[in-house]
Structures are given as structure tokens and as C-alpha cells.
Write a protein that binds this ligand. Sequence first.
Ligand code: HEC
Ligand code: HEC
Length: 414
Amino acid sequence: MANLSFSHKLLVGFIGSLGVGLVGVIALTIWVFASHSNTPSRPDPITINPTAAIGSSGSSVAIKDITSKLARELGFDVMPAVTMPLDNPLTDAKIELGKILFFDSRLSGNGLLSCATCHQPTLGWGDALDINFGYPESLHWRNSQTIINSAYWPLLFWDGSTKSLESQAKAAWTGATGQNIDSMLLEERLAQAPEYVAMFKDVFGTEIPLFDDALRAVAAFEATINTVNAPFDAWIAGDESAISASAKRGMELFVGEAGCSACHGGPLFSDFSYHNLGVPANEKFVVDPQRQLAFRYQNRKKGVPEHDYREATNDLGLYYVTKLEDDRGKFRTPFLRDLVQTGPYMHNGTISTLEGVVQFYNAGGGSHDNKDSLLSPLGLTSDQVADLVEFLLTLSGDPIIVEPPAMPEYEVAG
Ligand code: HEC
Ligand code: HEC
């Protein structure tokens, strides 16, 4: 009897857990389905033809007489079309709304910072500083990235810590070193401007503007800011005269002896991965208490162990996201498009010219215990350095200038 009741209990327990399990499976399916259809997701990173990485630094692979046909075979190409998440298709009205939001400085804690303050159209959609100013009293310690071509990134920021333009915009608006505004306060500021209310209703069908829709709109606007008219694109499309002989020699070095394409491959010139080049620390990172406190706050908030940030003498990049030893000091390989507009260079803006960047690689990069093994001294002559720079210049398109739009006025509702 005792046995029977024991096995009975077991049976009940089994059926019970089956039930719970079943509910779990159903819930999980709904969750997966819902998150698949609701969470913005980026397309997979563009696959780079592995043969693009034919050179590695220090190797002596020599490429001669490069043509656009050969370059395409190596994985280079014109820019692909932008793909938006399923729940955020591009429409003209949404892009227009996103543009206004991008320029609206009322959407910040102190009412003084808009996205455009740090991503200025006339400064290559960045701020032209080595490291960004952040929010008053919480100064930033990294270079403000350009938003040109940002819709192509599967993971955003120098350390890839954000998965979509929409979630990046959330971090920018609410982050203490960004615009530092609470999402509900942002909604109220939008709701107080009838023109905004009408635009949100038109685009998203809601009675009052919602924060998540503001994220979608600003992402839609950013997705329209992409390289235009780069000489390289005309060349790769078949116009052999679109780039100079010097630029072609530069490309031969890029995919050959200089080994750049081992990391900067494909139409956007990135492997979408992370490397440690031994870029030296920016002095301001080391000595400025307001940058240190913002850096420490951010890492503390993310749950990084205290010893990894409190005495840090350099930014450890990807390590703070993955906590893997091998990721110390790694940063995302940037696109090399529109560089003419986006200096100073590197995650901390410590190199101010393209020639300086190429000389940095020519010297084998900087020094760091975890420096990438692909980097070693290149022995390039000054003419070769000039050719490489000339090639990099062909990847820059026309400045994308957008005039700040008129701001919807506040009104007290009747
Ligand atoms: C106070 C300056 C500041 C403001 C305001 C600001 N940003 Fe940024 N932005 C930065 C900095 C600095 C980074 C790089 C941070 C990092 O990598 O840790 C960045 C990175 C980005 C990136 C990532 C690009 C890439 O290549 O991964 C995007 C996109 C972006 N910002 C969009 C926006 C939008 C949209 C807004 C407004 C909602 C905004 N930013 C407001 C300073 C700012
Ligand atoms: C091992 C991979 C790797 C190789 C090889 C490599 N790069 Fe880079 N490149 C990167 C990474 C990663 C960064 C960002 C590093 C940082 O900020 O700490 C970068 C940054 C740059 C930048 C600055 C871009 C910006 O927006 O700040 C330029 C320009 C550049 N590389 C050009 C080149 C050229 C030219 C070569 C060949 C001489 C080359 N790279 C070789 C990985 C690589």
C-alpha cells in the first residue's frame, strides 16, 4: 500500500511535471515566437570571401595589376542594401519622425543634448574629438563612433555590447553618459508637443507617443545615412578609371603585403570581429577623474568585477562584455568607409591622421600582452604608405549633410 501510494505519488508527480513541462514548452515556444517577431534583429554579418584574407601582416604576398574583377573575387563589392528588422520596416513618415527625434535636445536629462550633438552631420556624424564629452560630470572615455553605415552592424559599439540600432538608441537616451533621460520622462516630453503626438499616431497608430516607437523611428532615420558616391564603389562596379594608379597600388598592398584585408575584408571592410592592436591609452582616460568615474560607474553597473576596472590603466574593451581573458583590450574592427570625415581614429582617438594609422601598422602596431599575432612590422616605404592612404581615401563618399529640422513646439493640452 505504502509502495502503491509512493508510486502513485511518483505518477502524480510525473504527470504534474509533464504538465509543468508542457506548459513550459508552450510558454517557451510563445516566447521564442514572440521574441522572434517583436525583438528587432539584424541580418547576419555579411560573409566575407575567405580569399579576401590572402595577406597577413609581415607576409610577402605580392599582388600585381589589380582589377575590379579580381577585387570582387576577393570579396570586395559595392554596398549591399540595408535590411531592417521585421518589426521596423522603413517608411518615409517614420524616417522623417526619426530625423526630428535625432535632433531634439529636449530628449535629454538637462535638455541640452541630442543625438546630433555627438553625431554631427557636418563632422562625419561624429564629434571630431579624440574621446567624447558624455554627460556633464560623467565624461566619456571612448571615441564617438560615426552613425554612417551603422545599420550594417550586427553588434554595435566599440565592444559590440548592443544588438540593434533600436537597443543602441535606448542606451544612448537613457544612459548616464549619454542623454541621461528616463524613458517615461521622454514620453511625456513628446506627449507635450501636439505635432509629435500626431506624427506618432500617423506612423505607429498610438494615442500617445511610446518610447519603443521612438527607438524604431530613430533607427529608421539612421538606416538612411549610408556612404554615397565613394570612388571605390564606382571602380568596383567596373569603372577602372574611378581610382588612381596610386590607389590601385595601395589596394594591392592592402590585400597583399600589408595584410589589411585579413581583418578589413568585404564590402564594408570589416570582419565584424574583435582584435587587440595595442593602441596606447588616451592620457585623458588615465588622468581625468570625471572620465574615470564614468568608466567605473558603467562597468560597475554592468557587474564587471571591481578589480577589472578600478585600477585599469587602459580600456579593456570586449573583455568587459565577455569576461574572457583572451578578449582583453580587443575592439571591433571598424568599417573603413568615410574615414575622411570621421577622424580622429581608433576607439580612443589617439591617432589623428590616416597616415598616422598606416605608420602605426607599419611599426607592427602598439604593445600589449594580448596583441594580435597578425600584426608585425611591415617595412613599407614612404611611397607605399602614401599609396595605402590614397586607397583608403577612395572609400570615402560625399558628406551626408542633413539640415536640423524645425522642432515641434510644446503646448499645454486643453
Ligand atoms: C554625449 C554624446 C552622445 C550622444 C548624445 C549620443 N551618442 Fe551615440 N555614441 C557616442 C559614443 C561615445 C559612442 C561609442 C560608445 C562606445 O563604443 O562605448 C556612440 C555610439 C553610437 C552608435 C554605434 C555605432 C557603431 O558603429 O557601433 C550609434 C548607432 C549611435 N551612437 C547612435 C546614437 C543615437 C541614435 C543617439 C540619440 C538617441 C546617440 N547616439 C546619442 C556618443 C553619443
Ligand atoms: C588584426 C586585425 C587588423 C589588421 C591586420 C588591420 N586592422 Fe585596421 N583595425 C583593426 C581594429 C580592431 C581596429 C580598431 C582598434 C582600436 O580602436 O583599438 C582597426 C582600426 C583601423 C583604422 C581606424 C578606423 C577608425 O574608424 O577609427 C584604420 C584606418 C585601419 N584600421 C586601417 C587598417 C589598414 C590600412 C591596415 C593594414 C595596414 C589594417 N587596418 C590592418 C583591425 C585590423
